[in-house]
Design a protein around this ligand. Structure first.
Ligand SMILES: C[S@@+](CC[C@H](N)C(=O)[O-])C[C@H]1O[C@@H](n2cnc3c(N)ncnc32)[C@H](O)[C@@H]1O
Length: 397
């Protein structure tokens, strides 16, 4: 049996070439500083104070490099600890940071189960790792113990329905190729997958592409020795059992039952999210944010006119123009394509979103009276914030 550490030493994940840092920055969720601020600090973090962050199971460094580079570019102080079992993955992450001259990162080879030994942190990133632990709850617990007061966790764990077809293959290969070395397992499994019969759930699942992208991706998807998926109920269960509270998913609209079916009166939010997950059927990972169980903080709302909105993945001017002209705004989010429904009168306001103006300043340029702006802005939040396209943060102030 190939251990998790042996796997990631043989195939550091994701496969990255440090030289590519010269030409592009990989961004995503969780752990973009704007997203961290929006979900965990109500959009009001004081960025003059250093962010003490732990990247737990940092792999080849995607989350680490995003966090450090965005903060460095914004001239904001940070201290990041990178922690991973795999020495090969660490080498790639270190080389990527060196390519970018990123300071302020401590690289540690070790287990996240020992996270509290490395300090306490305002923010913990743990992306694609906890579902690979023999006892994931022990991992959630260790991260909770490493959290500083007022801090929070950004996580990604696998979800079952979008990964349909994966687990029977993992089980089959675990039996078929138990004794082989990683390279031989990969070759043998590739041959089997190429010949899978028509109609096999893995062949018919359009949501999966990791196996097509790289050897590391194929191995991670189909040959992992330790891999489980969490549906919303299970995820909430393990979070609650380890003293966390699920604050929000990074794309709340995906889990918004009202967008999919009539909502039964009195349904609690976790049950509603779980039903939405089943109705969507294509969610292959849960990306979200968690806070300590006894922490009542919520995501910010622009009723607080001092907040600064940022658009992500859409240009303000083009969006504002399309909205003002009443044109549909199509959006593709992972497996989901949707059309945003934004009030025409909000075109001018949207064009003014630049990551510096407050909601109050945007309202003043919108040409709308306070009541019309207020109801329009609620709709903007419902669409843009919930699809992860607008975030509140003072990072750029
Ligand atoms: C799928 S990769 C994800 C890497 C990175 N977080 C990302 O999203 O790109 C999982 C990583 O977790 C690491 N890992 C697995 N178990 C770990 C543990 N107990 N402690 C620290 N790292 C671990 C592996 O070595 C591997 O680099």
């Amino acid at each position: 049996m190939v251990s998790v550490q042996e796997q990631y030493d043989a195939y550091p994940y994701p496969e990255r070439d440090p030289a590519d840092e010269a030409g592009r920055l990989i961004t995503g969720s969780p752990s973009h500083p704007l997203e961290i601020d929006h979900f965990l600090f109500q959009g009001q973090r004081d960025w003059s104070q250093p962010l003490r962050a732990l990247v737990a199971g940092g792999g080849t460094g995607d989350g680490l490099i995003q966090l450090a580079q965005v903060l460095a570019s914004a001239g904001r102080p940070y201290e990041i600890t990178y922690l991973d079992l795999s020495v090969s993955a660490r080498r790639v992450a270190e080389a990527r940071a060196a390519m970018r001259n990123l300071a302020g990162i401590t690289f540690v080879t070790g287990s996240l189960l020992d996270a509290p030994d490395h300090g306490t942190f305002d923010y913990i990133d743990c992306c694609g790792v906890l579902h690979h632990l023999p006892d994931p709850a022990a991992g959630f617990r260790a991260l909770r113990a490493a959290l500083a007061p007022g801090g929070g966790l950004g996580f990604m764990v696998y979800a079952p329905y979008g990964r349909s077809g994966v687990y029977p293959l993992q089980e089959a290969f675990a039996t078929l190729l138990a004794e082989a070395a990683p390279k031989d397992r990969l070759e043998a499994a590739r041959a089997v997958v190429a010949g899978l019969p028509e109609g096999h759930p893995f062949r018919t699942n359009p949501n999966l592409s990791d196996h097509l992208q790289s050897d590391a991706g194929f191995y991670d998807l189909l040959l992992h020795s330790q891999d489980r998926a969490y549906d919303v109920t299970d995820l909430n269960g393990v979070l609650e059992a380890t003293d966390w509270r699920l604050l929000s998913f990074a794309t709340p609209a995906l889990y918004d039952l009202a967008r999919l079916a009539p909502v039964p009166p009195g349904i609690d939010r976790i049950t509603a999210w779980g039903v939405a997950e089943k109705l969507r059927g294509t969610i292959k990972m849960h990306v979200g944010y968690a806070v300590p169980a006894d922490d009542a903080r919520d995501v910010p709302k622009g009723r607080d006119r001092t907040l600064v909105p940022h658009l992500r993945g859409v240009g303000a001017v083009a969006l504002g123009r399309a909205v003002a002209q009443g044109k549909p705004v199509p959006v593709r989010m992972g497996q989901v394509t949707t059309t945003l429904s934004l009030p025409r009168g909000m075109g001018r306001a949207l064009a003014a979103v630049d990551g510096r103006r407050t909601v109050a300043q945007i309202a003043a340029t919108s040409g709308l009276d306070p009541i019309a702006f207020g109801s329009g802005w609620s709709q903007v939040e419902h669409e843009l914030c919930d699809w992860g396209l607008m975030l509140y943060s003072g990072l750029g102030k």
